[in-house]
Design a binder for this molecule. Structure first.
Ligand code: GDP
Ligand code: IMO
Ligand code: MG
Length: 430
């Protein structure tokens, strides 16, 4: 029986999922996004060109592979067509190998307004949302008020839109949020809404499918499928550092609900992590470095948000969090990214346990933000040299090999890929 392989992030997002999905895609007939929306920013670099995808699966650069936006994803058509147009400008034909689920929910312009209003109301305790309307759109989905892609062909689509918009504007008004002053990607609300409707017209021209039927049928026919996660396990709505999370299940379980796949049909699960940690937005981050070392990681790793451009917070690798993520996802194989960013460090630290008052905390804490968690570190000798000449794992400096083996032993899983640069080619398979 053919199964869906999965690639997902084990930390706070931005692990490098886009790069690895692109590297893996030649082995797959279909790639599929199963959750999240344009809060994601997945970077793919090859041939001296850089692309950032928000809604489209990262398999799109391989024309023989079909790319499915699954039912669990939420779509802002304006952002989707911006992505499509950028790919077309670069000479590609993304509309040919892109399929959109009819069951995926639409992000309305007023969902974005609500996101901004809710964040501004939270003040200092704001989530640090990407302001793409993620929370409000999933709220409407689960509150059974949402509008789905398949509804755009309904004769009463505009009526439903206006009704939901009116509800949103009323809520925004109650919060006293001045929406006339708020800009969406540089546009005012009225202009953005007009562009959004232009994109809805274009959406009618895309291939819409019942993706759950399409994917199960494809598997029956012997096709290979790769599911691409967005965000990371520590941002999962159930298991992440709540409430500083996103509004979807980013873990393997999300593949089943986000694509309409039985758990029996989940195949190999690849978990991606950086050789250190980053987080963008607010919320607890036990191993965060607010010092020169953190700055070295930020600059060396170009740690600025792919979607918002915000500087990412940086810190050492967090093994308690990584092990928790591995457990939740049932990871089979690990992929370690951005080893090259640690070239700069003669000594590397790794957090191997959390303590409170000198006692090791067993299990993973309910609340990472309770202020009593003291991360404990092991020091590991760094390789402290460039990795430019590494063509295969055999060329890796001994200390890098030691670092890899240390993590494998701690986590109890093989690290099958070590990434040493952003380009497709800078990928070492072990
Ligand atoms: P994603 O959201 O998980 O797809 O990750 P992002 O694209 O948001 O962030 C990862 C960033 O790291 C991007 O700028 C990538 O180009 C870059 N990147 C990926 N792998 C490596 C690597 O091994 N080394 C370095 N230096 N950069 C990498
Ligand atoms: P990719 O797929 C990193 C973070 C935001 C914020 C929180 C909630 O590129 O790894 P939201 O907009 O979802 O309401 O924001 O989650 N966040 C991400 N951080 N990578 C992402 O996606 C993220 N998507 C959301 O910064 O803290
Ligand atoms: Mg990203």
């Amino acid at each position: 029986m053919m199964k869906v392989d999965v690639i997902l992030g084990l930390q706070w997002g931005d692990e490098g999922k886009g790069k690895i999905v692109d590297v893996f895609t030649p082995r797959y007939d279909i790639t599929a996004r199963f959750q999240g929306g344009p809060n994601a920013g997945h970077t793919i670099i090859f041939g001296g060109k850089k692309f950032v995808l928000h809604t489209i699966p990262s398999g799109i650069f391989h024309p023989q592979t079909l790319n499915v936006i699954g039912n669990g994803v939420i779509i802002d058509p304006f952002i989707l067509f911006n992505e499509i147009d950028k790919l077309k400008d670069a000479g590609m034909t993304p509309e040919k190998n892109l399929l959109v689920s009819r069951r995926a929910h639409l992000i309305l312009p007023t969902h974005r307004l609500l996101d901004a209003a809710l964040e501004s109301e939270k003040g200092a305790s704001k989530i640090g949302s990407t302001l793409k309307g993620i929370g409000p759109t999933y709220t409407d989905k689960y509150g059974r008020n949402g509008i789905r892609v398949g509804n755009i062909t309904d004769p009463n689509f505009r009526i439903r839109y206006e009704k939901l918009k009116a509800e949103h504007l009323s809520a925004v008004g109650h919060m006293g949020f001045d929406y006339a002053a708020h800009l969406f990607d540089g546009f005012n609300f009225v202009d953005y809404e007009a562009k959004w409707f232009d994109s809805i017209e274009r959406l009618r021209g895309l291939k819409m499918v019942d993706s759950e039927v399409f994917l199960n049928k494809s598997l029956d026919e012997g096709k290979t499928v790769l599911a691409e996660g967005a965000q990371g396990t520590m941002l999962d709505v159930d298991f992440g550092s709540y409430p500083f999370v996103t509004s979807s299940n980013t873990i393997t379980a999300g593949v089943c609900s986000g694509l309409g796949i039985s758990p029996h049909r989940i195949g190999k699960i690849y978990g991606i992590f950086k050789a250190y940690c980053t987080r963008v937005g607010s919320g607890p981050f036990p191993t965060e470095l607010n010092d020169h070392d953190g700055e070295t990681m930020r600059v060396g790793g170009n740690e600025f948000g792919s979607t918002t451009g915000r500087p990412r917070r940086c810190g050492w690798l967090d093994l308690p969090a990584l092990k928790y993520s591995v457990m939740l996802n049932g990871v089979d194989s690990l992929i370690m990214m951005k080893a090259d960013v640690l070239n700069a460090f003669p000594m590397i630290k790794v957090c191997d346990n959390y303590q409170t008052d000198g006692e090791i905390i067993s299990g993973f804490p309910f609340d990472l933000a309770d202020g009593r968690i003291e991360p404990q570190y092991q020091e590991i000798k760094g390789w402290n040299e460039p990795l430019d000449r590494c063509q295969s794992v055999d060329d890796m400096p001994v200390a890098l090999g030691d670092y890899v083996r240390f993590i494998e032993k701690e986590v109890g899983l093989p690290i099958d890929i070590v990434s040493i640069g952003p380009d497709r080619l800078q990928t070492l398979m072990r």
